[in-house]
Every structure is written in structure tokens, then in C-alpha cells.
Design a protein around this ligand. Structure first.
Ligand SMILES: Cc1ncc(COP(=O)(O)O)c(C=O)c1O
Length: 385
């Protein structure tokens, strides 16, 4: 049967493909250390789980308004605003099942057929996919290792034009862990205003930052509030990947349009999940800080371990829970290196090429895993090399 052209170029996420291969090896009795999937290894915090359980027991299992329960939208506006030093109206907040719909629906709402969309490469694979489904033309801008994986601003300046409708940013970034410095955000903001573009700022890792650093939001720069969509969520910060809860913060008119797209697609986000989300934002935040301290220790271990391996060099990422080591001197493509480490060392990693053409020559390892597993993975990789 016929399928529409807009789905023709869609591909799965590399992480799911490698996970399937790793699980097939496990079925054969092999032991695999999973450094491919990007999700926290600790359970959802107890107070959040209990709030969700109570909500189900009390019957909060109904539809809610498509853009989210008013009480959750208020709490998000307050907490996301406080964290960024900005003021948001609850009417700007759109709640969604996971953060992804708040990438997809704002893109559908602002991109016309044939519009160009700038996005980071290497970057989260869903960016390119959703641009294509929306009928836009994906325009990748390389991230430069020597700039801490910030945008190549010369390339950005060459690629932005009157045809650009939307610029996607991700800081701290997946797969690199890089943070976009304020001066780069200012440069991008000036261009967004000159060419009258929207900016979609994926800030899902904004609470997972190390060494006392901070990630600025482009939404806070002069003139940017009216053209910026912040996307954030609960999956990474509160270890809630399976609950499916995220949000967007955007100008009220756009929020209404995105709310309509949610009305006619997902309907609404699960009510008990939203109630658990209120607990996540209002409950003890020290748990988040504690987990970030744990990630930082693991980051330190994996970065120094990788740098001690022959043919591998690894930057010290400032956020998220990924490292993106350079493997260019190994003489293998990133796919070959990932296959080698999976087949011979039992260590599942992702090839940088799964994140775009500029990811070639790198691997992505997720260190949301125990220190013991990280050390073991490094030993096994050393043996293979
Ligand atoms: C950069 C980035 N944005 C968005 C998401 C999607 O988050 P969620 O699982 O809440 O939809 C992810 C998840 O891996 C991500 O890494």
C-alpha cells in the first residue's frame, strides 16, 4: 500500500538500533555494558512516584485540558521562570506527553513547506526528522570540538538567510555535552532578529550542569522572548523518561496553536503523570543536586579513562550525561568503532554518525551508569584496542 512521501526519509534513532543489537547479543548469553541509551540509571524519586500512585488511587485518570492542567502550567511557569531569572505567564506553557511533542508541534506550527531550518550537527536525531515531516529543509550547522562543541559561527553566518524560518539550539547538548556560551547566543540572537526567525531552544539538560557552571537561555536576551520557544521536561532531571512529561514555553498565540495540535493528536497528557510533575517541581530539589554530583564523578572517571586509551581523546563536557570522544586516529569509521566495541568488548556505544554527518569520527557514550560499569567498560575497551 501507498505511504506518504513525508515519511520516506524517516529513520529510527541510532540508540534504539544499537540497543536491539545489544539485546540480541545478551540473548546469546553475552554480557553487555549499556552506554548507548540516554536515560538516568536511577529510579524516579520516591516522592514523585508516590504522588503518581496516590493520584491513580484517587481517580485522577481522566482527560485534562490539552495544553495541561492549569495547576501544573502555573507551577511550571513559576519554577522554569525562577530558574532562568525570567517571568512566564501560565498561558505560555504547553504541557505534553514527553518533551518531544514540544519539539514537533511548534515546528509544525511555524515552518512552511520549503522553509529552511538550522539545527546543530551532531545533534539529537529527532530535529532533522521533524523538520522533514513539517516540509522544511534541514540545514545542519557543524558544532566544533575546539569550541567546546558550540556552533561554528562562520558556517552559521553563511547558512542563515531570508529563507531561514527556525533555528534549533540545544544547550547543554546531546550528544556532546557542550554548552553554548553567552557570546555565541548573543551572536545567534542578533541574526535571528535580523532575519526574523523563530528559535527553538531545547533545554532538557539545563539542570544537569557541572563545575558550578550555568547554561544561559537565549530567551533571556533582549528581543528574544517574542520569538523563542523553550522546550524542557521531566525525563532527565527527575528520571521520569517513561512517565512521558515535558513542556514548551512560548508566546501565548503560538501556545494556543500548539495546544490545538495537541488537541487533535494526543488529546492530553495523562492526568496522574501531571500530578506527579507538580510534586517533582515542588518537592525536594536537593535530590536533583545530589544526582548531578554523582554524574559529575562519573564524568570525571570516564573522561580521564577515555583519554588514557590509545587513539582516543575526549573533551570534558560541561553538561548532560554524555561524552563524545574523538576517535579519528583509530583509523576506523565511527560505525566500525562502535561495532568493534560492541562485538569484541561487549560495550554498547553509539557512532557519532548517528547524530549527523559532522558526528563522524566520534562516539557517544552515556555515563548514566554505575562507576563500576564505567571502569569495566574502559578496561574492556583498552583490551580490544
Ligand atoms: C536533546 C534531547 N531533546 C529532547 C529529548 C526528548 O525528551 P523526552 O523523552 O522527554 O521526550 C531528548 C531525549 O533523549 C534529548 O536528548
Amino acid at each position: 500500500m501507498y505511504t506518504a512521501t513525508r515519511t520516506k526519509d524517516l529513520k529510527s534513532e541510532g540508540a534504539y538500533q544499537v540497543l536491539a543489537k545489544a539485546q540480541a547479543l545478551e540473548k546469546e548469553g553475552r554480557e553487555i555494558i549499556h552506554l548507548e541509551i540516554g536515560q538516568p540509571d536511577f529510579p524516579t524519586f520516591e516522592n514523585i512516584s508516590q504522588a503518581g500512585i496516590r493520584a491513580i488511587e484517587e481517580g485522577y485518570t481522566r482527560y485534562t485540558p490539552p495544553a495541561g492542567m492549569p495547576s501544573l502550567r502555573e507551577v511550571i511557569a513559576e519554577s522554569a521562570g525562577r530558574q532562568r531569572g525570567l517571568t512566564f505567564d501560565p498561558g505560555q506553557v504547553v504541557v505534553s506527553p514527553g518533551a518531544k511533542p514540544n519539539l514537533f508541534f511548534p515546528t509544525l506550527a511555524v515552518v512552511e513547506e520549503g522553509d529552511e531550518v538550522i539545527y546543530p550537527d551532531p545533534g539529537f536525531p529527532s530535529y532533522k526528522a521533524m523538520i522533514q515531516v513539517a516540509g522544511g529543509i534541514p540545514v545542519p550547522v557543524p558544532l566544533l570540538e575546539e569550541n567546546g562543541f558550540s556552533f561554528d559561527l562562520d558556517a552559521f553566518d553563511r547558512l542563515i538567510s531570508d529563507r531561514t524560518r527556525l533555528i534549533i539550539l540545544n544547550s547543554p547538548g546531546n550528544p556532546t555535552g557542550g554548552i553554548l556560551p553567552l557570546e555565541d547566543l548573543e551572536h545567534i540572537a542578533a541574526a535571528a532578529q535580523e532575519y526574523d526567525c523563530w528559535v527553538l531552544s531545547d533545554e532538557i539538560y539545563t539542570r544537569i550542569i557541572f563545575d558550578g557552571q550555568e547554561a544561559d537561555t537565549i530567551a533571556g536576551l533582549p528581543g528574544m522572548g517574542e520569538r523563542t520557544i523553550i522546550m524542557d521536561g521531566f525525563s532527565k532531571t527527575y528520571a521520569m523518561t517513561g512517565w512521558r512529561l515535558g513542556y514548551g514555553i512560548m508566546p501565548v498565540d503560538l501556545a494556543r496553536k500548539v495546544g490545538l495540535l495537541l488537541t487533535h493528536s494526543v488529546g492530553s497528557t495523562a492526568q496522574f503523570t501531571q500530578i506527579a510533575g507538580i510534586e517533582a517541581l515542588q518537592g525536594d530539589q536537593q535530590q536533583v543536586d545530589e544526582v548531578v554530583r554523582i554524574y559529575q564523578k562519573r564524568r570525571d572517571a570516564i573522561v580521564s579513562g577515555l583519554n588514557s586509551l590509545p587513539g582516543i581523546s575526549c573533551q570534558n563536557p560541561q553538561g548532560a550525561f554524555y561524552v563524545f570522544p574523538n576517535i579519528k586516529t583509530l583509523g576506523l569509521s565511527s560505525q566500525e568503532a562502535a561495532d568493534l566495541f560492541l562485538d569484541k568488548a561487549g560495550v554498547a556505544t553509539l557512532p557519532g554518525s548517528a547524530f549527523g554527518k559532522y558526528g563522524e569520527g566520534y562516539l557517544r557514550l552515556c555515563y548514566a551508569n554505575s562507576l563500576e560499569n564505567i571502569q569495566l567498560a574502559l578496561e574492556k575497551m583498552r583490551e580490544v584496542l
